[in-house]
Design a binder for this molecule. Structure first.
Ligand code: SAM
Ligand code: DTB
Ligand code: SF4
Length: 328
């Protein structure tokens, strides 16, 4: 049977997830080596181009206006500012730049035009440009693609069953519709989720079921460990255990063998050994730079040292060969 499947069952994913850890990592590492260069890790850089004041109620998010958090609200950045940050990120070795905005959805206004200009500017540097701007229509996604956007991030975040307990201001279906619009526009898809929200193992499996049933699979799958932020409803959640993250990454690697799996939020809480284990289990992308969107990320020099110690090399831009073309 092919490793690339869109019909994984809950039972199959549960069986993989519950495999004894070392067997699980061994299996994931084996698949990883079949589809990827295991010594290459993509370096992405994140910019929060518009921070805070979001109307949504995502229980994990410090940028939701309704929660009282310590973040510094900031209106949309200028193209110049983004240009400067992108240059620095590229010097540091980043091949992808992800621009995040605390929006519920994209509106057809001046701000959107400004984002299109940012996309053009960063694309001209030869970087993969990714954006995460909330819900988009097919037309908006096409405009982004025409401006040179390479990927669109839109996470399903958790299982369909658990969604309502985390976000009430939109539906799981809205998320899936946006992912479809992004596909139709010919963009690559970046979609994953968060663990540590208080979800059950079944929810984690349910989330992977949804993602692995997308055909084609998302080219990138970010796995975030919740960064608990004071003032949000999930501010008191305990930190995700390293082994849980490793297990989740390994399962993701096995069910979406040719996707890039990103060890996303939560690295500040992990030592090098844990991260090394995650790379062994099939993670092959990280966010580098002092900040994620609003919360801290490991120091870039420390990350470079980790790459040195582990013998990892940054992956160059535009290496993903789409296995199948989607009909427009
Ligand atoms: N507003 C847009 C949206 O929700 O799609 C884009 C930005 S939003 C901050 C992007 C993703 O960041 C969320 O889907 C979620 O997975 C992740 N995220 C937000 N807060 C987080 C936290 N405290 N810990 C881990 N991941 C988080
Ligand atoms: C993703 O999956 N994780 C990133 C990116 N995509 C946009 C965001 C993580 C945010 C963590 C909380 C913060 O820094 O605000
Ligand atoms: Fe807004 Fe995105 Fe944060 Fe939800 S995750 S509150 S949509 S910025």
């Amino acid at each position: 049977m092919s490793d690339i499947r869109y019909n994984w069952t809950k039972e199959e994913i549960a069986e993989i997830y519950n495999t004894p850890l070392l067997d699980l990592v061994y299996r994931a590492a084996t698949i990883h080596r079949k589809y990827h260069n295991a010594n290459e890790v993509q370096i992405s850089s994140l910019i929060s181009i518009k921070t805070g004041g979001c109307p949504e109620d995502c229980a994990y998010c410090p940028q939701a206006a309704r929660y009282h958090t310590e973040i510094k609200v900031h209106k949309l950045m200028s193209v110049d500012e983004v240009n400067g940050i992108a240059d620095k990120a590229q010097t540091m070795g980043a091949s992808r730049l992800c621009m995040g905005a605390a929006w519920r959805e994209v509106r057809n206004n001046k701000d959107f035009d400004q984002v299109l200009d940012m996309v053009k500017a960063v694309n001209a540097k030869g970087m993969e440009v990714c954006a995460t701007l909330g819900m988009v229509t097919e037309e908006q996604a096409k405009k982004l693609a025409d401006a040179g956007l390479y990927a669109y991030n839109h996470n399903v975040d958790t299982s369909e069953e658990n969604y309502e307990s985390i976000i009430t201001t939109r539906k799981y279906e809205d998320r899936l519709n946006t992912l479809q619009n992004v596909r139709k526009a010919g963009l690559t898809v970046c979609s994953g989720g968060i663990i540590g929200l208080g979800e059950s193992t079944e929810d984690r499996i349910g989330m992977l079921l949804t993602l692995s049933h997308l055909n084609p699979h998302p080219e990138s799958v970010p796995i975030n460990a919740l960064v608990p932020v004071e003032g949000t409803p999930l501010g008191d959640r305990p930190l995700v255990e390293s082994w849980e993250m490793i297990r989740m990454i390994a399962t993701t690697r096995i069910v979406m063998a040719d996707s890039v799996v990103r060890l996303s939020a939560g690295r500040v809480q992990m030592n090098r050994e844990t991260q090394g284990f995650c790379f062994m289990a099939g993670a092959n992308s990280i966010f580098m730079g002092e900040k994620l969107l609003t919360t801290p990320n490991p120091d870039a020099n420390e990350d470079m040292k980790m790459f040195d110690v582990l013998g990892l090399k940054p992956r160059k831009a535009f290496q993903y060969e789409k296995q199948e073309k989607v009909e427009a």
